[in-house]
Ligand binder design. Structure first.
Ligand code: HEC
Ligand code: HEC
Length: 363
């Protein structure tokens, strides 16, 4: 059969239009379909976050929802995994289209102040965010992490999902829509619910819970941490996870590749300075440092022991009186005790708490 030329043209044009419309709407239309949502809303009141259960639950669903990314393949938990204390186990994390982040993922924990007298911890390795709710949109829009930089399109996509319509209705009232503010605040409430107060250190050493008291080795490690080596000059786990020592250059390199805090403060004294990390759950968050350079806690201790580089911005607490870089010379025996102590900072309940886990069952 002879097909007239005109039909070829029509068919060709139609094909072209189809291809174009598919590629334009590739991200808008494609929605993660194969998922089953557990819609029972848990009672979060025991966690001590001031909000409603419905709002925190909405935040939990959004945290685990791949629809927040441009190609529906990445959720927040792709790089913040519950079983790894909401960090991940690569030096760098994989975002959409396999792009790698420039820094090591940070364990999400203790993000809002424990009480009135505590300060809000600075967020990200360089402290470029101070407000948790305004941080939320950053990974969503980030071109390495989730790549969804068009807020209108994101909200349109999310508001079209029936299960989210139901949850937003429960949280904010029937027929209400998800807005950027609601997305951010509900997720901020969920993230604030991730606290590490059930560790042996917090329950035993701080609260005197007899069932969780430290053994002799752990107690020795605590002594070394607090007195002999004065690690708590910077890391102070007894402040509910917070440290007030700001941003510190610990002499990882002579010439730091990543300027760290200097990018934000524009002050050359902050070159190679990074946030002092909260060491809760540190046993689970290898590899270590802002660039994930150390694979084990042993390697970290070896850095303090013999590896501190004498660069211009090295913190004075890591210098000898003559200005040279300190060598802590930690003995093998002391390393074992220090690591036993660091292990007491692990809160195992965080890893399995069903209120913090994924409400989705992907096929
Ligand atoms: C592709 C991996 C990736 C994804 C996806 C991702 N993150 Fe992150 N996250 C990181 C990395 C890497 C850092 C550290 C970045 C830095 O400090 O420059 C980080 C840091 C954070 C911090 C700072 C914690 C602290 O103590 O300073 C929070 C909070 C956070 N992410 C929340 C989220 C939320 C919420 C989402 C989803 C909307 C998300 N992340 C998605 C990789 C990711
Ligand atoms: C002068 C402040 C300071 C002192 C003292 C200090 N640290 Fe640190 N520590 C930091 C900073 C800042 C980082 C993050 C550095 C980076 O990534 O560039 C860090 C990182 C770490 C990490 C890796 C955490 C992670 O999540 O990647 C561990 C573990 C650690 N320190 C343990 C110790 C121990 C043990 C001591 C005592 C022997 C100690 N620190 C002394 C400031 C300090």
């Amino acid at each position: 059969m002879k097909i007239p030329y005109r039909n070829h043209l029509v068919a060709g044009t139609l094909m072209l239009a189809l291809v174009l419309s598919l590629s334009c709407n590739k991200y808008k239309k494609a929605i993660v379909k194969e998922q089953y949502l557990d819609e029972t809303i848990p009672d979060y009141s025991a966690i001590g976050v001031q909000s409603t259960n419905e709002i925190i639950h909405l935040g939990r669903v959004l945290f685990y929802d791949k629809n927040l990314s441009v190609n529906n393949a990445i959720a927040c938990d792709s790089c913040h995994k519950q079983e790894l204390a909401f960090a991940d186990n690569g030096s760098f994390s994989t975002g959409f289209e396999n792009r790698l982040t420039k820094r090591n993922s940070i364990a999400i924990q203790n993000l809002s102040p424990a009480g009135f007298f505590f300060e809000q911890p600075a967020l990200f390795w360089d402290g470029r965010e101070l407000d948790l709710a305004s941080l939320i949109s950053k990974p969503i829009a980030n071109h390495i992490e989730m790549g969804m930089d068009n807020e209108t399109q994101l909200l349109e996509k999310l508001n079209a999902l029936p299960y989210l319509q139901t949850l937003v209705g429960k949280a904010y009232g029937e027929n209400e829509k998800l807005t950027m503010e609601r997305l951010s605040t509900s997720m901020a409430f969920f993230l604030s619910a991730i606290r590490t107060s059930n560790s042996k250190f917090d329950q035993g050493a701080m609260n005197g819970n007899p069932a969780m008291l430290m053994n002799a080795l752990e107690t020795k490690g605590k002594q070394l941490f607090q007195t002999t080596y004065q690690c708590n000059n910077c890391h102070n786990p007894s402040l509910g996870g917070y440290t007030s020592s700001g941003f510190v250059n610990i002499g990882l390199d002579i010439n730091p590749a990543d300027p760290g805090r200097m990018n934000i403060s524009k002050n050359s004294a902050d070159r190679g300075a990074f946030k002092v990390p909260d060491l809760h759950n540190v046993a689970l968050t290898a590899p270590y440092m802002h660039d994930g350079r150390f694979k084990t806690l042993d390697e970290v201790l070896e850095h303090y022991s013999h590896g501190i580089q004498d660069n211009e911005q090295l913190d004075t607490r890591l210098k000898n009186q003559d200005g040279s870089a300190k060598k802590f010379n930690i003995t093998d025996e002391d390393k074992v005790a220090l690591i036993a102590f660091l292990n007491t900072l692990t809160d195992y309940t965080v890893l399995t708490n069903p209120m913090l886990s994924s409400p989705f069952k992907y096929r």
